[in-house]
Design a protein around this ligand. Structure first.
Ligand code: GLU
Length: 290
């Protein structure tokens, strides 16, 4: 049996906080206990928000915590062709369409719909795609693209779900309502998700699924806030014919007011705590490690 493969996959768009420390330590610990491998992956597809100094800080903060990882570290921005190939594959199956509305236009459409009754929201609370781009003809799409219109490539969720059997996943952790064991995936709850954009040939959902497969990740251990994203990940794995890892969604580290930590809250940033004299042992205790 090959050893299990774990990964910690932060985005370098801010400094790591206590929540990241918990996730990284848990992955590292589970890998160590099972004789497995531990990988660090830099999820830097959003060129507007990711910065080299945050990436350097990720290495420094994790090293300070006593974590070590295999090299070379995979950086998503260096593998865009892997993601384009997957988009191509889904497009060949007729599952992708370009949608041309701006964010403001989408918000306007949702407002308009909501005058009648509440418009459905995805598990993160964002409104489902309200537009009509799916019904555009091939010629109309071509024309808009040739005119240089920005666009997002969306998954035709209804068509995609019709092409796969009922999907589930093995959950070793727990969802927000205590879901555990075999969990039924509900990708339809996300509507026509964006898989790529004109200027970025991928998205979080697509790249995480492709990279976990290419890196042979067997165990995805991450925060409970991503629990229901797993529905979309299972759908993409099934459509693309790639293996499914086991999942363990862990509790989130909350601030004093019971809120999810954010990269913009200085008080819980690892480097601030270190500057104030905290030791790696203090961080372990703060996030509830022995
Ligand atoms: N890059 C994601 C984040 O920083 C995590 C992705 C994952 O673990 O699936 O929230």
């Amino acid at each position: 049996m090959p050893p299990p493969v774990f990964r910690f996959a932060p985005s370098p768009n801010g400094f790591l906080h206590l929540g990241h420390a918990f996730s990284a330590l848990l992955n590292y610990e589970l890998a160590r206990q099972s004789g497995g491998r531990f990988l660090l992956r830099i999820e830097d597809i959003d060129a507007t928000r990711c910065r080299p100094e945050f990436e350097a800080a990720i290495h420094e903060d994790l090293g300070w915590l006593g974590i070590s990882w295999e090299t070379p570290v995979r950086r998503q921005s260096e593998h865009l062709s892997d993601f384009s190939a997957a988009v191509e594959k889904l497009s060949d199956r007729g599952l992708i369409y370009p949608a041309f509305e701006s964010r403001a236009e989408i918000a306007r459409l949702v407002n308009e719909r909501e005058t009648a009754s509440p418009w459905p929201r995805d598990p993160d609370g964002a409104p489902l795609y309200p537009g009509a781009a799916k019904s555009f003809s091939a010629a109309a799409r071509r024309q808009l693209i040739e005119q240089g219109m920005p666009y997002a490539l969306r998954l035709d969720m209804a068509a995609a779900c019709a092409q796969v059997p009922h999907l589930n996943w093995v959950e070793h952790g727990e969802g927000p309502d205590g879901e555990t064991g075999i969990v039924a995936a509900r990708p339809g709850a996300w509507g026509d998700v964006i898989l790529a954009r004109k200027e970025t040939p991928t998205s979080y959902h697509l790249s995480v699924v492709i990279d976990d497969a290419l890196q042979g990740v067997t165990d995805v251990v991450r925060g409970q806030d991503l629990f229901w994203s797993t529905s979309v990940h299972r759908l993409l794995q099934s459509l693309l014919g790639i293996p499914q890892p086991a999942y363990r969604h862990h509790r989130l580290v909350l601030d004093g007011a019971g809120q999810k930590l954010s990269k913009s809250t200085k008080a819980t940033a690892l480097r601030e705590l270190r500057r104030d004299g905290a030791t790696p042992g203090d961080i372990r205790r703060l996030v509830g490690f022995p």
